[in-house]
Design a protein around this ligand. Structure first.
Ligand code: FE2
Ligand code: FE2
Length: 398
């Protein structure tokens, strides 16, 4: 049965149903979940939650406490074939190669030349293999953005993120190749849009926006006319701006008529675009962008269930997030921990008093001896603090 309790009565094993404040104000991007660790309770408390509704079973009722309740089975994360650090060098190489391949492909389209599909297939094959060996290595590189070459990095990032979502959904390699190729090329139609419009800083006039919108259809046309790729490969280009409520373009399709590739492409496209710095706006933090996507899901613009899946792929504190720890330090999230999503590996950039460290220190929040353990207390905006998370992540890859 459901009952309302105070945060002080919350115990491990209880199933949370409702909070006294918006979910968007907490790091838990889910409506319902079972408390499986004391950190989750600390996080709810520090998010300002005072009262909440929980589902209890009769046994809990009788004993008046759920302290001994067995936590509901948490979905077993599939363990990666090889560790993150081992996969990282190959992932970096592939990331760099993919950036060069898409840069060349876009230039070819701009110049009216045929696309070198062999190079595209090879590099997407390498990306898919990297994701299959360890989904986090390549995905972690998507935080390394360079704003001057936005379109190329954006293409590689959306492809890497889509592959990671695809793997999470259980796609086999053949489907991953279609999804990865399609998302890598999803904005290829932009190469047929006049440069003045493409690179215009600020908002588009209505007529300019109409021209810009053509890139989705033009992209699908280029791919079907010049590459002989089958339908599924074209879906990300054609559908990445469609929205499940029919408000997107080019065909105002509703969810039922949008492929899963299209639904995934929409989410990773928004995520990468919104987190990127452009000449006319600063990118939002990854965490804020997840909340934004979550809102879009709740409003029915994008597929809400897929947003949940996406959060499980990048983590509630995606790589590159700037966080404040319970002990006062500021840190940057460096690696997602699937077994303990709220305890990622971080790099400390300030000490407890907020003084910048000369040498940043790695700290695995899931493997500490210190008591009480250090936990993430809140998300910070790195621009306010004058911190650039990129310089604390790996620089060479970009
Ligand atoms: Fe686009
Ligand atoms: Fe895009």
């Amino acid at each position: 049965m459901r009952k309302r309790i105070s945060i002080d009565q919350l115990k491990i094993g209880m199933k949370v149903e409702k909070l006294d404040r918006s979910w968007l104000a907490t790091p838990f991007l889910r409506h319902r979940f079972t408390i499986t660790s004391s950190e989750q309770i600390t996080q709810l408390r520090s998010s300002g939650v005072q009262r909440l509704d929980v589902e209890t079973d009769d046994a809990c009722q009788d004993s008046g406490s759920c302290a001994s309740a067995i936590p509901a089975k948490v979905e077993e994360p599939e363990s990666p074939a090889i560790p993150f650090a081992e996969e990282l060098p190959a992932a970096k190489q592939t990331y760099r190669a993919a950036k060069l391949v898409i840069q060349q492909a876009m230039e070819d389209v701009r110049m009216g030349r045929a696309l070198n599909m062999e190079a595209v297939s090879d590099v997407v094959g390498n990306m898919a293999d990297s994701i299959l060996r360890n989904p986090d290595a390549l995905t972690s590189l998507t935080r390394l953005k360079q704003f001057d070459e936005y379109t190329f990095f954006h293409s590689v990032n959306t492809s890497a993120l889509a592959l990671s979502v695809g793997k999470h959904l259980g796609y086999e390699r053949a489907s991953l190749l279609q999804l990865g190729t399609g998302t890598l090329l999803h904005d290829i139609g932009k190469m047929l849009i006049p440069v003045e419009i493409l690179n215009k800083p600020g908002r588009y006039e209505a007529n300019e926006f109409e021209i810009m919108k053509q890139h989705a259809l033009r992209g699908a046309e280029i791919l079907s006319n010049t590459t002989g790729l089958t339908d599924m490969f074209l879906k990300p280009a054609l559908e990445h701006h469609e929205r499940v409520d029919g408000t997107g373009y080019p065909h105002h399709r509703f969810k039922i008529d949008i492929s899963q590739f299209g639904l995934i492409a929409a989410i990773v496209d928004i995520y990468d675009a919104v987190t990127s710095d452009r000449c006319y706006h600063k990118g939002k933090t990854p965490h804020d962008t997840l909340q934004f996507l979550y809102q879009l899901g709740a409003q029915g613009h994008v597929d809400g269930t897929l947003v949940q899946q996406f959060v499980q792929v990048v983590g509630v504190y995606p790589v590159g997030s700037c966080v404040s720890l319970s002990t006062g330090e500021t840190a940057i999230v460096k690696q997602f921990n699937h077994e303990a999503p709220i305890r990622p590996l971080v790099v400390l950039v300030t000490d407890e008093a907020g003084r910048r460290l000369a040498t940043p220190i790695d700290l695995d929040l899931a493997a500490q001896r210190r008591r009480p353990e250090q936990t993430i207390r809140s998300i910070l905006d790195p621009t306010v603090l004058g911190i650039n998370p990129r310089i604390y992540l790996d620089k060479e890859a970009a």
